[in-house]
Design a protein around this ligand. Sequence first.
Ligand code: NAI
Length: 441
Amino acid sequence: MKVTAIGTGYVGLVTGACLAEMGNHVVCLDVNPEKIRILNEGGIPIHEPGLEEVVKRNVAAGRLQFTTDVDMAVQHGTLLFIGVGTPPDEDGSADLQYVVAAARSIGQRMTDYKVIVDKSTVPVGTADKVRAAVKEELVKRGLGDMSFAVVSNPEFLKEGAAVEDFMKPDRVVVGSDDEQATLLMRAIYSPFNRTQDRMLVMDVRSAELTKYAANAMLATRISFMNELALLAEKVGADIDLVRRGIGSDTRIGYQFLYAGTGYGGSCFPKDVKALVRTAADTGIPLKVLTAVEEANERQKRVLVDKVVERFGADLKGRRFAVWGLAFKPNTDDMREAPSLVVIDELTRRGATVAAYDPVSMAEAARVLGPRDDVSLVERAEAALQGADALLIVTEWKEFRTPDFDAIKGTLKAPVVFDGRNLYDPKLMKALGIEYRGIGRG
Ligand code: NAI
């Protein structure tokens, strides 16, 4: 089939590459010429395990191409997947300007039946807005009768495992009220559905809400555990043992029960905000989710609170090693990363920071910019030199069993603030390292 991905970011590039892998002819369009240049020169603009191989194989096979040429891209696909950003507006609602611009650019150029697929995370009612924008452009061209469908197909992939998630989805949600469009969506997703039909076809509004509901539920689990961690500390319990105790209940399950430095990334924070906003606008305030967001804001500061408790509020002259900058492991994405709050709070109090991340160093240099109070170092151990303490912010595998002797021997005094509860407090005590985790009273 012929497919166009509009927006070649984490979602658009993975969607385009994985659909090409199944034999489709895919054009990935982006308005960012730099991104397209990198891809056309054989590079990958993001870190995503396994993506490079899939992209290279399908480019070589002539099934995947990258362009900034909107005319060509719109003409090419029968299915047009919109995967552009939906960042938060000032009031927390999702900013739909990129989605609507993409819809208009389709309406301005299409010459035959198209299925326009909303893959971006968008509030309930967006498919109607997309339909109206396309129609308006068609009418301007005197083509008001031209037929097209708008389908909601929210994406559930996780950064860091995006290719695997796309290839083996738990489910594929399709919101559609157009029979032909539903058939085409069934066809395009059939290779991902071979062992079991994982496609859930529903009305458009339910599909749009499903995506927000999923992220809101996951964020709720995180904030719930983070709040319990605060309590565990006060009452002398260990949240990690509590996690195991409740996760073993199959009704609860083990996933997303880790206390830490708060959720970040490009999805949870903005999606929680957008859903809270939608709910407030409709007069059904989501009290639980409002609390989830408040708890998360507080949680991002918990690690630095512990530093202040140990070293005092004035951190002038102190230096801290920070391990982990990406918002989670296996990605270089630093959007809304807890590390940014940690670095900001430490430096605002006068400290300097030496930071290391296995893959986000280039992204960190771009996001943080050149500054005197933060140095980005090439190796984890190098960050420890002359530091008063180590703060662990992202749970990369390589931090799980580090050289504890080096930590102890290199830090000025052996103090570790572990925002991801990677180590056994008893072991750390035995090693003579002062250890503060999250919720480990
Ligand atoms: P991204 O920021 O990585 O990529 C968006 C791309 O769209 C950018 O390269 C931008 O230049 C391009 N773009 C903007 N307007 C355009 C236009 N009119 N025509 C062509 N290209 C245009 O964003 P990401 O992370 O891929 O997210 C996209 C959407 O998918 C968002 O709504 C997000 O919430 C959702 N999503 C993201 C997931 C993730 O893990 N990143 C997972 C599931 C959903």
